[in-house]
Design a protein around this ligand. Structure first.
Ligand SMILES: Cc1ncc(C[n+]2csc(CCOP(=O)(O)OP(=O)(O)O)c2C)c(N)n1
Ligand SMILES: [Mg+2]
Length: 371
């Protein structure tokens, strides 16, 4: 009896190892900006490559300015993005305008490059109603704060697209910590069962606030969670914009061809704190680890790659930086000029027809606000 049990568990361990072996990190561009995987190289024109670089440079500046604006009390909630540009922007770059983004709180950059005006992103940060009033034709919803909840919503949005016969996808993002939530498993499982055209991205930045990746799960990779949902899972170097782009582009193709969802884990790092609310990363990360990841910086390696191709220079970089600074100045002014929020605005957007108790409260506030 005992030997049988032992044999079964031995086989089970081997089986697990075999599965885990298959989740190797895909890289196209190494830290020196050299192509190390020609076969996986996505088809991108020089203009597209330049555009992706511009977006990464621009977004790094946006991050720096957002941190300053937050410290000056001119922004509210802000979750820093530096370090995650390849993971965020190359994944959005692989989408089409008709695709729908269901972001988490750190994913404001993808929303902006999908068409959300910068001034509205600032208003969202301030908790202003107008920040959540997404313009028609911009296929995003407001960032989700409840960890993992957007995975379930993405499965639903994707299924809706499929039922309507649309050739588009729903993409959603969570973090390494998010993979421990029930919603994560429910979302990928449902989308798998219904072959919904969804792309589930896990931005593994190694920490969930102060909790390290190793404490999140015994699984060797987060992408292997796809196996239980019966869907493909891949791990990509999340500091490599080409690897991220290629993985998302392929997932998109599968999805619109009716082959269902994909789970993509991007190996990345956030250089800054979790949010601007006051966590101190030096209490849970070593400077050695920070340095190790900064050497992998997506902007540095992509700049090297483009410079070697002769399609990027200092002038282009500076122009992009200046444009970002100018745009930010204009957008924050716009945000400042938004009408002050009223309690009646809050009440009136909640229902098509107000229930009686709110009609009464609305009248009380209307009266107060008119003075
Ligand atoms: C359901 C739920 N539980 C807890 C929190 C509090 N919380 C906010 S961010 C966070 C960590 C998330 O880490 P991760 O998923 O790795 O994303 P990252 O912030 O690193 O991008 C937690 C626990 C929350 N917002 N929602
Ligand atoms: Mg994380």
């Amino acid at each position: 009896m005992a030997s049988k049990t032992n044999k079964a568990s031995l086989d089970a361990m081997k089986q697990l190892e075999k599965v885990e072996e298959q989740f190797q990190t895909i890289q196209i561009l190494n830290e020196e900006g050299e192509v190390v995987n020609e076969a996986a190289m996505p088809e991108l024109s020089d203009e597209q490559l330049q555009e992706l670089m511009k977006r990464m440079v621009y977004t790094r500046i946006l991050d720096q300015r957002s941190i300053s604006l937050n410290r000056q009390g001119r922004l509210g909630f802000y979750a820093p993005t530096a370090g995650q540009e390849a993971s965020q922007l190359a994944s959005q770059f692989a989408l089409e305008k008709e695709d729908f983004i269901l972001p988490g709180y750190r994913d404001v950059p993808q929303m902006i490059w999908h068409g959300l005006p910068l001034s509205q992103a600032f208003l969202w940060s301030r908790g202003h109603l107008k920040g959540g009033d997404i313009p028609e034709g911009v296929n995003v919803i407001s960032p989700q704060i409840i960890i993992g909840a957007q995975y379930v919503q993405a499965a639903g949005v994707a299924l809706g697209m499929k039922k309507r016969g649309q050739k588009s996808v729903a993409i959603t993002y969570t973090g390494d910590g998010g993979t421990s939530q029930g919603d994560f498993s429910e979302g990928i499982n449902f989308a798998g069962a219904y072959k919904a055209p969804a792309i589930f991205v896990i931005q593994n930045n190694q920490f969930a606030i102060s909790t390290p990746r190793e404490k999140q799960t015994a699984a060797k990779t987060l992408a292997q969670k796809a196996v239980a949902a019966g869907i493909p899972g891949v791990v990509v170097d999340g500091m490599d914009p080409l690897a991220v782009y290629a993985a998302v582009r392929e997932a998109r193709e599968r999805a619109v061809n009716g082959e269902g969802p994909t789970l993509i884990e991007t190996m990345t790092y956030r250089y800054g704190p979790h949010t601007m609310a006051g966590d101190d990363p030096t209490r849970y990360r070593t400077s050695d680890l920070d340095n190790e990841w900064e050497k992998k910086d997506p902007l540095v390696r992509f700049r090297k790659f483009l410079e070697k191709k002769g399609i990027w220079n200092e002038e282009m970089e500076n122009e992009t930086i200046e444009r970002a600074k100018e745009d930010i100045k204009v957008a924050i002014k716009e945000a400042d000029s938004a009408p002050k929020q009223k309690v009646t605005d809050l009440i009136s957007i909640m229902y098509e027809e107000l229930p009686q108790n709110l009609v009464e409260q609305n009248e009380i506030y209307k009266e107060k606000e008119s003075k």
